[in-house]
Design a protein around this ligand. Structure first.
Ligand SMILES: [Zn+2]
Length: 359
């Protein structure tokens, strides 16, 4: 088969693209949730999943708007993204004969809502209270098993409510971290293309172009992102949605998750108090871009301008922890070929960390 030809087997088995159906990105988008869910024929009975904090931030208002809109609404407050909480949600769905689930919160709540509704073959609406990572509209859910988190395949939300005012009230660190997650798309795509050359893995051109463009938009708008909360929220939120679209098109997290994500996952196990996901992947992306001989300075400069950390010290790590994370990251996922799959020596890693100013 010529490299330009389509792989027919792939077309038989893998060519399904599921995307979010409606993204309501407005200053007060929560006010439209009842109307939006009706437009999408999502049903008459909703379960709103929250935690104690997000209930006050946006959950209560979501409950009110749905109820006022004639939708029977139940609220479930959870603490962690664990299988126990997923099962609690499923029990409630069955009890009240729910038609759809609404996750109001950050990663934890959205992941539980997304995964539990997927297991019950129900629709799901995502109401993020922060723009800190691309899980807000992706098809994957991270649920804790014994010890560490596992990423499970699920379905993307039918409806995404981007209430710009609510999200802009989150501490700036959240959206800045989201921007770091988006910048790492650049190295994720380079890793994916490298894997195509080394292992023959299929790369979706549309997904990689979209993912890369999302990171470029963050670089282009970095001054605006640094300057005010509304611009930051709007720009990063749109980027996160676009980035998760790229993953939906690809049918894998490949366009947004490469070696830099593996380094961050390893850091999660090594640091007593891990930093935010996007803060860690941002720094790891600088290093990965250095290994790819790409423009790591542009990444570092952008992170600096938007106020994200660029050094190990700023995320509570030191040179030894960074070296350990980088050298052992690939073992977390040996089948995902990345730039870290090549044989790195400790000496080279230390030199790279110094050259890039990470340590
Ligand atoms: Zn990420």
């Amino acid at each position: 088969m010529s490299p330009e030809s389509l792989d027919i087997d792939r077309l038989e088995t893998k060519s399904v693209i599921e995307l979010p159906r409606l993204i309501d990105l407005k200053l007060h988008a929560i006010e439209n949730i009842a109307e939006d869910s009706k437009k999408l024929l999502m049903g008459d009975v909703a379960v709103v999943i929250v935690d104690d904090i997000t209930y006050k931030l946006a959950g209560k208002r979501t409950e009110q708007v749905l109820t006022d809109g004639g939708i029977e609404t139940h609220v479930l407050s959870i603490k962690k993204a664990t299988m126990d909480e997923v099962n609690r949600a499923i029990d409630l769905y069955k009890d009240v004969k729910a038609d759809f689930s609404v996750g109001v919160g950050g990663g934890t709540v959205i992941d539980v809502s997304k995964y539990s509704s997927f297991l019950q073959n129900m629709l799901f609406a995502s109401v993020p209270t922060a723009a800190s990572h691309d899980g807000i509209s992706s098809a994957r859910a991270s649920i804790k098993g014994e010890g560490r988190s596992h990423s499970y395949g699920a379905r993307p939300p039918m409806l995404v409510i981007g209430d710009v005012e609510t999200i802009s009230k989150a501490p700036p660190r959240f959206a800045i971290s989201g921007a770091g997650d988006l910048l790492s798309n650049k190295t994720a795509v380079l890793d994916w293309e490298l894997s195509e050359r080394i292992t023959g893995e299929h790369v979706s051109d549309y997904a990689s172009l979209l993912s890369n463009a999302t990171a470029d938009a963050i670089i282009k708008r970095r001054i605006g992102i640094a300057s005010d909360a509304i611009t930051r929220t709007y720009t990063v939120f749109k980027g996160l949605v676009s980035s998760s679209m790229a993953m939906c098109i690809a049918g894998t997290s490949r366009p947004s998750s490469g070696g830099e994500h593996l380094i961050s996952h390893k850091l999660d196990t090594l640091l007593e108090k891990p930093a935010m996901h996007g803060e860690q992947v941002g720094i790891a992306a600088i290093f990965s871009m250095y290994l790819h001989r790409g423009n790591w300075r542009e990444l570092a400069e952008t992170l600096k301008i938007i106020g994200a950390p660029t050094t190990a010290e700023q995320i509570g790590a030191d040179a030894d922890i960074m070296v350990e994370a980088i050298l052992n990251a690939q073992a977390l996922r040996p089948n995902r070929y990345t730039i870290l799959s090549s044989r790195l020596t400790e000496k080279a890693v230390r030199k790279g960390l110094e050259t890039t100013g990470i340590v």
